[in-house]
Design a protein around this ligand. Sequence first.
Ligand code: AHR
Length: 663
Amino acid sequence: MERFRLFTTQPIEGPRATLRVDASRPATFTIDRRIFGNFLEHLGGCVYGGVWGQILLNSSFERDPRISRDVARLPWPWEPLGDVKATAVKMAANSELSARLEGRGPEAGVRQRVFLPSHRESRYEGYLYLRAEGDVNRVQVSLRNARDGGEPLAQAELQGIPGTFRRFPFRLQVDPEEAPPLRPVDFCVTFTGPGTVWVDQVLLFPRDAVHGIDPDIIKVAKDWNIPLLRYPGGNFVSGYHWRDGIGPRDQRPSYPNPAWDGMETNQFSTDEFMRFCGLIDAKPHFCVNIGTGTPDEAASWVEYMNGRADTPMGRMRAENGHAKPYGVKLWEVGNEIYGEWQIGHCSALENARRYRAFSQAMLRVDPSLELIGNGEAADNDWNQTLIRECGPLLRHISLHPLVSLPGGLQDRFSLEEIYYSSMAHPWDFEDRFLPNLRSQIQADARTPDNVTAAITEWGIIVGGEWGETLRYPHAENQGGAVYSGCFLNALIRSGEIVSVANITGLLHGGGMKKRREKVYVDPMYWALKLYADSGAHKAVATAVEGACYSVPRRGFLPAVERVPYLDVVACLNRSGSELTLFVTNRHLKQDQEATLELEGFRFEGGRMRTLEAPGMLQRNSEEDPDRIRPRDSVLTDRGTSLQCRFPACSVNAITLRRAQPKA
Ligand code: AHR
């Protein structure tokens, strides 16, 4: 493989390294920008409470039996307010349950504690469905100060409540001084008893939401320069039925998320996701349900996305406001279907059978699709079965080389040992697993040689309690950023065998965060952005002479030898006018000094971006969002060599401008 011919490491002692880059020896493959892809899943606060700007959770009052079966109480996160008997019972306004509020005193109702994006917007609009029994004719919708005895910050009065459900729009405006950012407020629906009011489908949007999508999320995601966005899961997809999520939003069903905590209201789904992709200039990458779904269901989704407006599903799409086919090319057939945590998990042979059935049905609708079969990053036999059974139908094989920390390692190894083993993982994956997969593909006569790996989830994720993310390297701290630098370098060097990759993830794992309606980013966001912004087009020959370390097998993490502290790739942009070096220093404590020696490239100035932090566990928060972000410096040197210093535990990008030949 070119990876072994063009990129070499020579271990030497001491913290001074030499980086030899030969720009006249480019790789034969170009860098597929899709390796800087991302992943959005219906999980936690990623979609509801994340991308989707609607502020209230469980807007249709459904009960999640995994949280409570207590029918005498309102479902999470709704709470009764005042003198009321509040229950959620079947009386559907286009959903299963509705809140029944039997008011007895001067004030009765429901409330939900929320945060407002007051840093940018003070105006809100929404609607709810109401019906009344008895003498109640008026209902108030309000935002109240949660800390200050419930003083109203804004209120709207709705009159003429009928005996059958009717939709009532409302508008609210708060004074930002009275409702500063990050402070809780209560959203309340109240009336004067005695009497009974039924409430359902309560939605509250900031007025600046863009077609329902959070404008802060749009801005930060767009700045991220995401070429490709995978959706809707993840584990979620194996219980997802796309038809639930199209058409008028009020008529879409709500139910517990099949894979994760929380409710799935289907308010954000296919068309909303496509809108989001358009707003952030990302290409969509869909994953279909092979857990509880059928080949027909997947094929009809393809027709909904790509069929002409005179096909049955294309017509449905046109009726939903999108006459022009979306033309989505990249489709993944199933998610981690090998794992017993996956809904509908199965054997390797059954995965191959499903892949054949699903891919044939999907390709019948659109033969131009680029499909990804469900592979396994820790099991060559699994992949061998897929290759043997489905070779001619394959284009990509998915892998999820996720590192889940602490994953039991915490009882046997020190934090430093866990760190160094984790940072060696990308090296091992690149050095051993990917070349082996390539050999498996090449050895099978019926499998086209251009079948590549699609690393549709990667990163250090939580393999324990969520709170533990603070104590180990993780996608949300600087350790995750260093891991990203190592992993992205590995992907660039492995361009012959990898053409798609999606980090975990847009709003979970390392990426963007939205807490208390404030959007901020993890260090890993910046690491990825250094690459996505660079215009890197072709890697060139790079030899690193520098200090290395070796780790023994530690739990699920492999033994790896000769891992360089400085992980380096060098890439030319498309025109050859710029050379960018991506350098990650894995060393936890020592800065690394390096001499860069260039062949085939004389430079004249440039810039350096450095993402460093005072330790691997450092992170950003909604209160301190800019703690870790890249530092930029201008380089005024010229010639063919450069002295550089790479701080401990850092990710760096040095971009050098090619010197113009003298006239
Ligand atoms: O990203 C969270 C989960 O991690 C995904 O749903 C699953 O595919 C992976 O194991």
